[in-house]
Write a protein that binds this ligand. Structure first.
Ligand code: PMP
Length: 416
């Protein structure tokens, strides 16, 4: 046996299929966030890295009882194939959920249930983006959206954002420049509310302008909104961009942060013609979503006091956000700045000039704290001076400890 064969069987790095992959596989590289998970999940490390919701706050007994009931009462349906578009009852429920964000004209016919909103992102990109097409995103942006765009060989162009979200003038200029360069934008992908990773929210005033800029430029607006109902200041959620632009926006929603990511239930709401394409794309991708999971989500929402559950979730995340912001204030050395999110899970920290969050990470891990370096959230190598911290998973005391450890690491870097 040749040594190459031997090493591939024993699981070494030699890949006998090298050179045979499709060109799009070149874009399939592990994200920095994923590579981090294994290390960050070690119990001795305070992980401010992952964006995992705290599902332990769910009433597990109730969830269990509800699933048992589901099998007893509707097992023959729940365990059967379903439609690629998703369960009609759940699609109605989804329309009620979206109404809270001002989307009051959605028809269940225009909803496609997906395997988390991640799959919706994949399907929309598959339907709209050819290799070399231009996709515009905020800078920074959601890391796994960048992963999808890479797989479909899109060219990602970033637009500046600040604490009020994407800067409309910069967006309009970028669209105009791309048009002049003969590579007009196909999609504008945005997380306008409690953004992952920056924690920023597009202001009400900018919302209208952003919609209008996309409409004029004939660029499809892809609104990704998994955090909208996790508003931590005030009683009302933000109004979705889709609420005022039914023909120009594909809206993505998810039950991952408001119920449980393990169920993998998300959705897309799209103008009818787009929706038809998405259903066909979904069919070729997976034939049928898990009917069981869809019915479980629907039953939970219809039979349980979900609005109260959401209030409890918000209270829990509000406390954790408070712990993080207080600790940042208390421990961070001068020159470090951070965002103050009005909801969601994330704070974006900017380090003083000269520090490099990626180079610093091994030293942070040695000091038993983990974060995500900013570079993962940029397609163009930006973000070295920044990092994402999440306050969703560790309890408040751990968050405080983690920020203190991190502040010590940053302080030591500054003295180096
Ligand atoms: N979009 C954003 C902005 C996210 O943060 C996430 C989850 N981290 C997703 C989409 C995907 O979520 P899911 O597939 O679990 O619905």
């Amino acid at each position: 046996m040749q040594s190459g064969e031997q090493s591939s069987r024993s699981g070494s790095r030699v890949d006998p299929w090298r050179g045979r992959y499709a060109a799009r596989a070149a874009g399939m590289v592990a994200s920095e966030v994923r590579a981090l998970f294994a290390v960050a999940s070690r119990p001795e490390i305070v992980s401010l890295a992952g964006g995992m919701p705290n599902v332990s706050a769910l009433p597990m007994d109730t969830v269990g009882a509800l699933m048992t009931e589901l099998v007893a009462e509707r097992g023959a349906v729940a365990l059967q194939y379903g439609s690629a578009q998703g369960d009609p009852g759940l699609r109605e429920t989804i329309c009620e959920v979206m109404a809270a964000e001002g989307i009051d004209d959605a028809s269940p016919d225009d909803v496609v249930v997906t395997v988390g909103s991640q799959q919706a992102l994949d399907l929309v990109t598959r339907v709209f983006v050819d290799p070399g097409d231009t996709v515009v995103t905020e800078a920074p942006t959601y890391v796994t959206a960048l992963g999808v765009f890479a797989v479909y060989q899109a060219d990602v162009v970033h637009v500046a954002m600040d604490e009020d979200g994407v800067v409309p003038e910069a967006l309009a200029e970028t669209f105009a420049r791309l048009e002049r360069e003969g590579r007009p934008a196909k999609l504008f992908y945005t997380v306008p509310t409690f953004q992952n990773p920056a924690g920023a929210t597009l202001s009400a005033e900018r919302r209208h302008r952003v919609v209008e800029i996309c409409r004029r430029a004939r660029v499809l607006l892809l609104e990704d909104n998994p955090y909208g109902l996790l508003h931590l200041d005030g009683d009302e959620p933000m109004r979705a961009l889709r609420a005022d632009a039914p023909d120009d926006v594909v809206y993505l929603g998810s039950f991952s942060k408001t119920l449980a990511p393990g169920l993998r239930v998300g959705w897309a709401l799209a103008p009818s013609a787009v929706r038809e394409k998405l259903v066909l794309a979904a069919e070729s991708a997976m034939l049928s979503h898990s009917v069981f999971n869809q019915l479980a989500v629907d039953r939970y929402l219809r039979t349980q006091p979900w609005p109260e559950q959401m209030r409890d979730f918000r209270a829990m995340y509000r406390e954790r956000r408070g712990a993080m912001l207080d600790a940042l204030e208390k421990y961070m050395p001068p020159g470090v700045t951070w965002t103050r999110p009005a909801g969601g899970f994330f704070v974006w920290v900017t380090l003083p000039e000269g520090l490099d969050s990626k180079a610093m990470l091994p030293r942070a891990i040695q000091s038993r704290v983990a974060y995500v370096p900013g570079t993962g959230f940029f397609a163009d190598g930006g973000g070295r001076q920044a990092m994402r911290l999440s306050y969703c998973y560790p309890p408040p005391e751990r968050i405080r400890d983690g920020v203190r450890l991190l502040a010590d690491v940053i302080g030591a870097e500054l003295r180096m």
